[in-house]
Design a binder for this molecule. Structure first.
Ligand SMILES: Nc1ncnc2c1ncn2[C@@H]1O[C@H](COP(=O)(O)OP(=O)(O)OP(=O)(O)O)[C@@H](O)[C@H]1O
Length: 625
């Protein structure tokens, strides 16, 4: 059990909620500070303020006051409902009078914002409300006009780039959502290209760039970015690998969003590029957008020129950023506000109206509606088919019985093991370590890196009996017992799996990169990291933050895939065990996903959703105090 950190100065209701683990010491401190500065005396307002701070800490953008008591805490046996929750109407009334709330009649300092919606009031820290408003405003402004397009050129391009995979002499069969995505991105300023792993998002992005080059010529300035260095490197590799066949410029580089926007040392949220100094690109592509938090999305949208195309790419069903906001999921789920595009309809009418095809279902009315805002979701799996994809979809759609049925089926691609059934896991850990070590000892860098992709052990937690630390230790012990060489005492050894935890721009090695120690030609030990065609080799002491990684958190594994993934489920009460977490873990596997845990834990996970409160996905026109 984790002891709750208590705020020393907390009294009354704040103390009670702090002791119960609902509020952290930091939430209490902020609320008390604002109370002092604003001269607020109401306990209800204090509690609501602390809950608004807590909400951001937990990844939400605001608190839904009607549901403010529906919180989960780390210690599952706490009776949260029994806490002295104030009446919601009283809280709202107190907030409307509070000097801390914008629009109230009194008070010099107004850090809070109360917003009324059809589903009840939302309480924001005003800063996040303003960021949400900026995002909404910029996107709505961008949707008011459309780029000029050479339609003949566009039709020619669509027909050239979207061919039937089995018979390239023919255009692909309608409906082809990739073709719709490409037509959208050419005919609108903003496109949101959503889809699960292997649905061909990057394939479509490369073709979209080719279409835009046909429209605008080789002078088109392209900015490629992603939230992490690793994701940026992957985007660059994926686009570069298609550059030749599509005639894209060679040497296209992708960078982190921080770098794209011009990160200023010492400022976490202010960038060189902003509304007054816009980004120089004609098209900006952001990959892995699910990991982009609200503040970063706001800064990006402020900095992008109104006449630059923006392509936001990602999987809205994956775990969101650790910071506040699940912007991609919100933008995909937002009610449509844009108007239908006759140009788009004319270019891809066959795709919009086609009936079900064996490979791809017809577009639903809801999907057609979302096209008005530039939102398209790719659904046809291009990489892995069968049971893994079915399991991922069943988890995403919370069809628990179907999840259990798939795991009980005879498929060799998915399996569920009780917590004490560890033989297959141990075999995979030992076999994969032996193969990596053999290649690393032989100095075969490519083979060592390939072998690293065969199996990955994933955990929800970092600490505790279900955590990475414990299971990495267990894996090390299994490997040591199998080889007769205990690994713990060695600093560097061939076959040692590595995880980088800090960006190193000079070496182009990024937080989240994984690699392996290999023997160099002269027998010295080097850290190897995969890069398309050309692995990076460095002396391990050149990198300041390297960990040995026999197990990894599911959060960390985002953006990577492995042949076999073993997922260790925590106890069913764990608030980390959610549908998004399971979906993310399952979709890391190419050939086999092995889930280790109880059926109860799995059912609990499928049933639990990460509810990140925000106003972005609600209809506009709410009255605001
Ligand atoms: N229309 C297509 N025709 C033929 N092959 C395709 C098509 N679309 C995608 N592919 C292939 O399917 C595989 C997966 O595509 P891609 O990498 O673009 O998916 P993704 O959605 O970007 O996946 P991830 O999110 O995991 O990076 C790739 O090998 C790609 O070349």
């Amino acid at each position: 059990m984790t002891a709750v950190q208590l705020a020393h100065r907390a009294e009354g209701v704040l103390r009670t909620f702090n002791e119960a683990g609902v509020l952290a010491a930091a939430d209490v401190h902020v609320a008390l500070r604002l109370q002092r500065l604003g001269g607020e005396t109401s306990d209800s307002v204090l509690l609501a303020t602390a809950l608004a701070v807590r909400a951001v800490r937990m990844g939400s953008v605001c608190v839904e006051l009607q549901g403010m008591s529906e919180v989960t805490v780390e210690e599952p046996d706490r009776d949260i409902a029994a806490l002295p929750w104030p009446d919601v109407d009283d809280v709202v009334a107190a907030l409307q009078r509070s000097p801390l709330v914008i629009g109230s009649s009194t008070g010099p300092l107004r850090p809070l914002r109360l917003v009324e919606t059809d589903e009840g009031e939302l309480l924001y820290l005003d800063r996040y409300f303003r960021q949400e408003q900026t995002i909404r405003h910029v996107l709505d402004e961008r949707a008011r006009s459309r780029p000029k397009v050479d339609l003949a050129e566009l039709s020619g391009g669509l027909s050239a780039y979207f061919r039937d995979a089995d018979d390239p002499s023919q255009p692909s069969q309608a409906p082809d959502r990739q073709r719709i995505a490409a037509a959208l991105a050419t005919t609108q300023w903003t496109t949101i290209l959503a889809g699960g792993p292997g649905t061909g998002k990057t394939h479509a992005v490369a073709r979209i760039l080719a279409l835009l080059l046909r429209q605008h010529g080789p002078g088109l300035r392209i900015g490629l970015a992603a939230p992490t260095g690793k994701a940026a490197a992957q985007l660059q590799e994926a686009v570069s690998s298609q550059a030749d066949i599509l005639g894209l410029p060679s040497g296209l580089t992708a960078m982190t969003l921080h770098r794209l926007l011009g990160w200023k040392p010492g400022s976490a949220s202010r960038f060189r590029h902003n509304a007054a100094n816009r980004l120089p690109y004609d098209v900006v592509v952001v990959d892995e957008t699910s990991m982009v938090p609200l503040t970063m999305m706001c800064r990006l949208l402020e900095a992008i020129r109104p006449d630059a195309r923006l392509l936001l790419v990602g999987d809205p069903d994956q775990l969101a950023s650790v910071e506040a906001g699940a912007v991609l999921a919100d933008l995909v789920a937002r009610p449509a506000v844009g108007v239908e595009s006759a140009v788009l309809t004319s270019v891809v009418e066959a795709d919009l109206t086609a009936a079900d095809d064996p490979k791809e279902a017809a577009l639903s009315a809801a999907e057609r509606d979302r096209l008005r805002d530039g939102v398209i979701r790719l659904s046809r799996g291009r990489r892995f088919g069968g049971a893994i994809a079915d399991l991922a979809v069943a988890v995403r759609e919370a069809r628990t019985d179907e999840v259990m049925r798939l795991l009980a089926s005879s498929s060799s691609a998915v399996s569920l093991h009780p917590p004490d059934d560890l033989d297959a896991l141990r075999d995979d850990v030992v076999r994969s370590a032996a193969a990596v070590t053999a290649a690393a000892e032989a100095g075969d860098v490519a083979a060592a890196l390939d072998e690293m992709e065969r199996h990955r052990l994933l955990c929800a937690h970092r600490e505790g009996p279900y955590g990475v630390a414990h299971w990495a230790h267990q894996a090390t012990a299994w490997i040591g017992a199998a080889t007769g060489h205990p690994l713990e005492r060695m600093r560097w050894y061939p076959g040692q799996p590595l995880l980088v935890t800090v960006n190193d721009y000079e070496s182009k090695i990024f937080n989240g990169d994984t690699g392996v120690i290999v023997k160099g030609r002269d027998g010295s030990l080097l850290a190897a990291f995969p890069r398309a065609g050309n692995p990076v080799l460095l002396h391990p002491t050149r990198l300041s933050a390297l960990q040995t990684v026999y197990a990894m958190t599911i959060h960390r594994s985002q953006g990577s895939q492995y042949d076999t993934v073993s997922v260790l489920l925590p106890a069913q009460e764990s608030s980390l065990l959610t549908r998004e977490l399971l979906y993310t873990a399952i979709t890391r596997a190419r050939k086999h996903v092995r889930i280790i845990g109880t059926e109860e834990a799995l059912r609990a996970g499928v049933g639990r959703q990460v509810l990140r409160a925000s106003g972005l996905r609600r209809p506009v026109g709410n009255s605001v105090w």
